[in-house]
Design a protein around this ligand. Structure first.
Ligand SMILES: Nc1c(/N=C/[C@H](O)[C@H](O)[C@H](O)COP(=O)(O)O)[nH]c(=O)[nH]c1=O
Ligand SMILES: Nc1c(N[C@@H]2O[C@H](COP(=O)(O)O)[C@@H](O)[C@H]2O)[nH]c(=O)[nH]c1=O
Ligand SMILES: [Zn+2]
Length: 361
């Protein structure tokens, strides 16, 4: 006989399996159970498709009546692209609803529960809540702030270098660590680099995992549209958007790269806060900033980031003339350093992945 936590873990495993493919919707899992017997499982496959509860209840058929449902997110109460799940649960005469976390979007939170309770259905919330909140961290952040969740990613030697004095950087971290980077690319809606990284590394910025994965939108900051069209990021393997200043020659660039979308600022330079607002309007809920150093410094200086993913290789490079991980100008005093909080340490092959979160004052 499984406990409530164990049934919820099954639903959470289903939700976790679709991370990266349901955006702009959250990843949700649901299981229908009666007298300790599993009657139906469901997960939301992609935005626009049926919700997790719909699949699980359909699989249970008529036996759903009087059954329990475990769902990782509060059942929806509004008509989006699909009818409200809360009303479906009432209609199918489910007896009890166990929920991992409410939808923190104030517009939604509690409405689903209210519909269930007013129909006399027993509701219990907060089961395995921590795990459920983590799964949809990007979605919840976007719903609450209407800004993308921003991850700064850097790979460096133990002494903080990202390339030698000649710009050589292949490779700092191991294939396992780079595979983890591609999992993060799959998870994020967009990936951003500066024009120098394109020129120095000619990266593809696509997701190349043995098991496949979704390509994020590639966003290139290039104030003067100085990049030529032969770079890999301009191939048609994934959508590419270039951000430029108001004085850049957009028409000329569009002639050489007709399939690349140009986001032209009304300011001479690229204003990051304006860009984040733009990306939110394009429904980009999560942004993976792969650098380089001057880009990272700009995001740090403007406090426009939520997490840092630092990959550290057991290598020592040395040299003032080697490229250090964060560029730009340093603050004058140590008291002006950006304070963050370490949240996880993970060994990946020979490398270390440190995740730190920005401390919100
Ligand atoms: N040089 C290293 C990295 N280098 C990161 C670069 O910014 C660029 O993303 C790479 O050239 C990857 O290119 P592509 O998009 O996969 O074609 N990143 C890492 O995690 N480890 C390293 O050793
Ligand atoms: N994916 C998901 C939910 N997602 C919720 O519904 C919204 C999307 O609605 P729609 O446009 O109709 O797909 C989404 O923003 C989120 O608040 N809700 C659920 O009950 N179960 C699910 O599986
Ligand atoms: Zn729903």
């Amino acid at each position: 006989m499984r406990t409530n936590e164990e049934w919820m873990d099954l639903a959470l495993n289903l939700a976790e399996a679709t991370i990266g493919q349901t955006s702009p919707n959250p990843s949700v899992g649901a299981v229908v159970v009666k007298n300790g017997e599993l009657l139906g499982v469901g997960t939301h496959i992609r935005a626009g498709g049926p919700h997790a509860e719909v699949h699980a209840i359909a699989q249970a058929g008529d036996e759903a009546e009087g059954a329990d449902i475990y769902v990782t997110l509060e059942p929806c109460a509004h008509y989006g692209k699909t009818p409200p799940c809360a009303e479906l649960i009432v209609e199918k005469r489910i007896k009890r609803v166990f929920i991992a976390c409410l939808d923190p979007n104030p517009k939604v939170a509690g409405k689903g529960v209210a519909i269930l309770k007013s129909a006399g259905i027993e509701v219990e919330t907060g089961i395995q809540e921590e795990r459920a909140l983590k799964i949809n961290e990007h979605f919840f952040h976007f719903m609450l702030t209407n800004r993308p969740f921003i991850t700064l990613k850097a790979a460096m030697t133990l002494d903080g270098k990202t390339a030698t004095s000649t710009g050589d950087s292949k490779w700092i971290t191991s294939a396992e660590a780079r595979n983890d980077v591609h999992k993060e690319r799959h998870r994020h809606d967009a990936i951003l680099v500066g024009r120098n990284t394109v020129e120095y590394d000619n990266p593809n910025l696509t997701t190349r995992l043995p098991q496949g994965g979704k390509n994020p939108v590639r966003i290139i900051l290039d104030t003067n549209l100085s990049l030529q069209s032969h770079y890999a990021v301009f191939n048609n393997e994934a959508p590419t958007w270039v951000v430029c200043g108001k004085n850049a020659d957009k028409e000329l660039f569009n002639k050489t790269c007709p399939h690349v979308k140009v986001l032209q600022m009304i300011t001479k330079n690229i204003v990051l806060s304006d860009l984040m607002e733009w990306l939110a309007e394009e429904n980009i809920q999560s942004l993976y900033v792969e650098g380089g150093g001057t880009i990272h410094q700009a995001f740090i200086k403007e406090k426009i980031f939520d997490e840092c993913h630092w990959y550290i290789a057991p290598k020592l490079l040395g040299g003032q003339d080697a490229r250090s991980v964060v560029g730009g100008k340093s603050p004058l005093l140590m008291k002006d350093a950006e304070n963050i909080e370490f949240s996880t340490f993970k060994q990946i092959g020979p490398d270390l992945k440190i995740i730190a979160t920005r401390r919100v004052e």
